[in-house]
Design a protein around this ligand. Structure first.
Ligand code: KIV
Length: 255
């Protein structure tokens, strides 16, 4: 399937089988997740925190993203490979298009950017060039410093209306789906029921959106130093790694 066909089939999942999406940053993880049938692999700028050791996503550069998008793309996933546009690489529509094209050259099939009405022109410019775009509303990690932390969104009718306006502007500009991050469950559900494209939730409660996305290290338990309250680990790789390392050290020492 071409990138556009994959993005169209994602869009058609509205109201149908829920979308299962995960972040991923390297070849072996992408290949394993793809073998399991994950629908969308996001090379998210969470890369900065859970792989590169920065305190937040504002340190991520386009070079970081290109390196990791290329690694994931080498796994030739069936899933749609989406690359995040890093902070300050899409300040104008021209910059946004240039950055999106660089990510596509590295192997991304679609790109994701954060924000609503202010980003609509950029989404229009990128989609007009044939590159599918995913939106991102609610808590926007690239604004964490301005906001002074990670806060829940959509708590009041006014906040919910602002998210809806942003979503409608993005949809009008051509997004294939929208990530909802840390929007209170009632608002996420209400908005998801009425928007024309699939919503993919993280930190919005279960079954409130058309699908879910998780940061893969939260799912695998491989980044134990910070686990968001909404994470639901299915493995404890940190303990598996520590156990293997201890056994290796003993084996070498005993040898
Ligand atoms: O970068 C990322 O991992 C993301 C997810 C939180 C959706 O944008």
């Amino acid at each position: 399937m071409t990138a556009s066909e994959k993005a169209d089939s994602l869009r058609l999942r509205k109201g149908g089988r829920p979308i299962a999406a995960l972040t991923t940053y390297d070849y072996p993880t992408a290949r394993l997740l793809d073998e399991c049938g994950v629908d969308l692999l996001l090379v998210g700028d969470s890369l900065g925190m859970v792989v590169l050791g920065f305190p937040d996503t504002t340190h991520v550069t386009l070079d970081h993203m290109l390196h990791h998008v290329a690694a994931v793309a080498r796994a030739k996933p069936q899933a749609l490979v989406v690359g995040d546009l890093p902070i300050h690489t899409y300040d104008t529509p021209e910059d946004a298009l240039r950055t999106a094209q660089r990510l596509v050259e590295a192997g991304a099939e679609a790109v994701k950017l954060e924000g609503g009405i202010r980003q609509a022109e950029k989404v229009r410019t990128i989609t007009a060039a044939g590159i599918p775009v995913i939106g991102h509303l609610g808590m926007l990690p690239q604004r964490v410093l301005e906001e002074g932390g990670y806060r829940k969104k959509g708590k009041t009718p006014e906040q919910a209306d602002a998210i809806r306006e942003g979503a409608e502007a993005l949809i009008d500009a051509g997004v294939s789906a929208i990530v909802f991050e840390s929007i209170v469950p009632a608002t996420a559900k209400l908005l998801s029921e009425s928007l024309a494209v699939p919503t993919i939730g993280i930190g919005c409660g279960e079954h409130t959106c058309d699908g879910e996305i998780a940061v893969v290290t939260d799912l695998l338990g491989s980044y134990p130093w910070f686990v968001p309250p909404f994470a639901k680990p299915e493995a404890d790789l940190a303990e598996t790694i520590r156990g293997a390392a201890h056994r290796y050290i003993s084996r070498v020492g005993n040898g």
